[in-house]
Ligand binder design. Sequence first.
Ligand SMILES: *Cc1c(COP(=O)(O)O)cnc(C)c1O
Length: 412
Amino acid sequence: MKLAINGGEAVRRRKFKAYNTIGDAEKAAAKRVLDRGVLSGFIGSWDQNQFYGGIEVQDFEAKWSKYFGCKHSVSVNSASSAIQIALGALDIKNGDEVIVSPYSMSVSATAPLMWGATPVFADIDPNHYNMTPESIKSKITSKTKAIIVVHIFGCPADMDEIMAVARENNIKVIEDASQSPGAIYKGKKAGTIGDIGVFSLNVHKHIQSGEGGVCVTDNDELAVRLQLLRNHSEAVVEGMGRLDLKNIYGFNFRITEIQAAIASVQLQDRLDKELSLRQEYAKAYDDILTKFDFIETTNVEADRTHAYYIQGFRFLKEKAGITREKFVDAVCAELDVVEGYESDGVQVWCGYTKPLYRLPIFGYDLNLPVVEDMYANKLFLHDFTKSSISKDDMLDVINAYQKVCENINELK
Ligand SMILES: *Cc1c(COP(=O)(O)O)cnc(C)c1O
């Protein structure tokens, strides 16, 4: 069978549907808020009720705490804001060091800069791409105050070992669970294991409100500090009777009632379904791709579940006899783009992100071997696990991979 990249017929010439999870329940929730006319219930000063936001915001936070099994949830306008106030709540200051992952969305490494702290990069695990406890340990100095653990692509990091390293060294742990809402690690939800967990509700994530984020914590004092940082602390502490906190100045990181109402519906009606479907699809792809000795997948250990924000694989060029790039180009040639997102190309790509220490803002002289190898040689990703993918779409993707794998000699 001639590969499409060599002029053969492609497996699929039909665009994929875009991911759109806004349905009737979300529309009804937004309308309920519009009918009420109160688009935000926040005020930026002390008031026993309005300091904490309107009814939709408070209801959403209560639902989030219940679902995730945590004591406090503090909604904010993005996960980027959430990481920023998490560091502020933990009192990260000028001169402190924060250990971060080089393989994540940029903000999980840049956020410490906003507090004058220094990001220190640790290397990643070659199976699930999260920072390893060993690498974290090797980066600890007397200045290390926090670790920002990212559960990248949706797979929980080795939290028991990371928490043990952190506790031994009196270091705080922030979990960036933006890509792993609902993933489970040893019976607990990812994001609820460290001191503060962070989630994203931006339009690309499992569940969304356009823009948005949430901080979670079981610590009462951290919750107060997060709420103050979200909402004009400087104008609040006096009325609140917390003059001991007078050196915190706050931001406006509040979400609107409409965002909260939509996010509530998404959490209640969609997250679990989205997770089980993604796990089912990911397993189907794993079953096919790992039949070929030049492809490896993430071995998800029995003590955790993977949320599959996106799905990663490793391509072993020595065994395949061709490069990862050639393989991915051939798979892309068999498939089609996403409606409305044509310029993004076919949703299979190489490398994820350049190791973040090489961003112009850092320009660190670093070379962490595992992340470099994943970026330059091994990792490829696809975005075919989400619920916009039908069973038929999934079979097309499987056929495309299978065709290229079986005919790999055509590419040599
Ligand atoms: C999406 C994402 C963020 C940022 O989320 P925003 O809500 O857009 O600020 C942070 N970290 C990770 C790992 C992400 O995937």
